[in-house]
Ligand binder design. Sequence first.
Ligand code: PEP
Ligand code: MN
Length: 375
Amino acid sequence: MIIELERGRQATLDQIRDLAVRFGNRVELSEGTGVYDTVHIIGDSREFASRESYILGLPGVRAAWQPTGGYKNIARVVRGNEGKALHRERRVVEVKGLDGKARRFGGGKHIFVCGPDSPQTLEQTLATARMAREVGEKFGILDRVMLRGGAFKPRTRPTDWRGLGMKGIAIMDAAREETGLPYVTEVMDQNLVEQIGAHADMLQIGTRNAQNFDLLEAVGRFGKPAILKRGFGNEAEEWFYSAEYIANQGNLDIVLCERGMKTLYTKGGYCRNQPDLNACTFARKQTILPIIFDPSHVAGDHRIVAENLMAACGHLVDGSITETVHTEAWRREQLCDAGQALVMDQYSILVEAVLEYETHVAPKMKAILRMLGTD
Ligand code: PEP
Ligand code: MN
């Protein structure tokens, strides 16, 4: 529900907030340009909305209306009947590290998530994490670097390596402890959200679980920031509805991630999935959520990770999640997604290229979009 409220009506705002909290909702206040502000009830607001007559009777309330779209919690523009519309700011999703620094997805600077597909040994994971930290220090962007590593692996074949489970989480914990960098890890089972989430700084929902609605709701209830990969066969709007499942539980700390569609896979390497870059732009226009790009699962081949990521920069993504190994020799040991991992020193060069793009080209791109009226 959307409520239009006279500016300065603090007592009424408090009453609205109390009612929202009673029904498990939160409020988001958007300052209007005139004398009215807009209060957006976040989460599943059906019970709240049943108190409409009480709300309309509160001092300073001009109107209360229902959004008509299907993803009103994450929509950039929330529309109602009779031409009503609420234009919202894009959201910044923060992930804090032990180093005290917040990684701000959507804060205007590219966030770099990197690390192994999966932690297999403490040594391998620590080595990669230390190198990630060095990259951050070298370019003065430590507050934009984060680790990744899947301890619970969704695999097409049941006999393939499926990750170390909670032992892998302990390794990721150790990498965070040593480097101060926060980490994201995949959760596949709604019953494990709390157990994994008690450790991880951010939870990842993989492409295969993008429409596992119970899992999405469990992550929404848990409340920690989440990366939601796009289902490899999902339309962009289906992806937004998946995000809405999380948001409807009151958790708006969602980062969307494009990782490619299933396509004509070439067995000789070069192209595992089709990157849908236009969907990145569409997500930026349609939702308030930050959008990042995964060049590794798109490429499936370390030889084409770099150009995929640079292409996504042209679509002004808010960050990237890239699979890396600490040495070329380790590639033979990596049990999942070995062929698509960048060695960390190559990754460092790629980070530099993204930073150069950000400084020299992105401002021009933004200027063009402003001229076209499409930013
Ligand atoms: C991963 O990040 O390792 C992964 C399994 O990704 P996706 O769900 O995009 O395949
Ligand atoms: Mn992987």
